[in-house]
Design a protein around this ligand. Sequence first.
Ligand code: FE2
Length: 311
Amino acid sequence: MGLSAAAGAAVLAYGHFIELNRFRVRKETLSILPPGSPSLSVLHISDVHMIPGQRRKTQFMRSLADLDPDLVVSTGDNFSHTEALDPLLDALDPLLDLPGVYVPGSNCYFAPKLKNPARYLWKHTGDEKRDRDAPDVLPFRRMHQAFDDRGWIGLINRADSMEIGGVRLDFSGVDDPHLGYDRHPGFPQADHGPAGDGATTGSRGTEPSLRVGVMHAPYRRTIDRFVADGADIMFAGHTHGGQICLPGGHAVVSNCDLDPARARGISYDEGIPLEVNAGLGTSRFAAVRLFCPPEAVLLRLTAREQESGDA
Ligand SMILES: [Fe+2]
């Protein structure tokens, strides 16, 4: 009994003091760009859950600009503390010089509360209706303003377009589905300006492009809607990769209705890739990872082969 308690304590100590700081870059390649397009590299970051004083996380995040990505995709849950805006912006500073898009997660709006830490691992109801002007609200407006001021594009229930290296990227993003805030704007439409009910500054032209769906929590309804809208690729966070996994990195939970086997990495819906990021942090009240190190993802997008029928 004493021996197993000691072993359990040792595992938790490892999960808290070692694995939480075992930052890594997961590298992936997908051939999904229109034929003839130059390659693009996309840095996907998520679930930073910043608190003041996280020196190693800050150093790792600042080093990510050395990967020289063409685009940064940030899928939310940036805070785990009400005083974390300045530390967050310091960690993101080099990346904010690059083109970027972002969506918020619940931990951009609301500070985590001390409750049963394991609750994070099983709760997946997505029913947390809360007041965004309540006292425990995080400084999300100032964060979004800081992102906007540096040129990142908010995709909070809105669509937009951007051209990078001669490739046009059409984005559709939603506010956090875990909070029920998601309202799909659709993708920018050919020659019709704004899509759906979202304000967009871009418009989908007639040249080939890539349609990118961006969400925080990868709920089934959200994925299905992006696929129905014509997405070519989707980005999500929220799952923490399962956070406390079985040996081999097998997730037991996804913290939403996505199959836990898809809680980290690239999987497919009707042939459309969904990239789910295991995140850079955790709630400060559930600060343990096992067999699931924190990650950033460098996604190399290359042109697909010319298909018969392609122009
Ligand atoms: Fe998170």
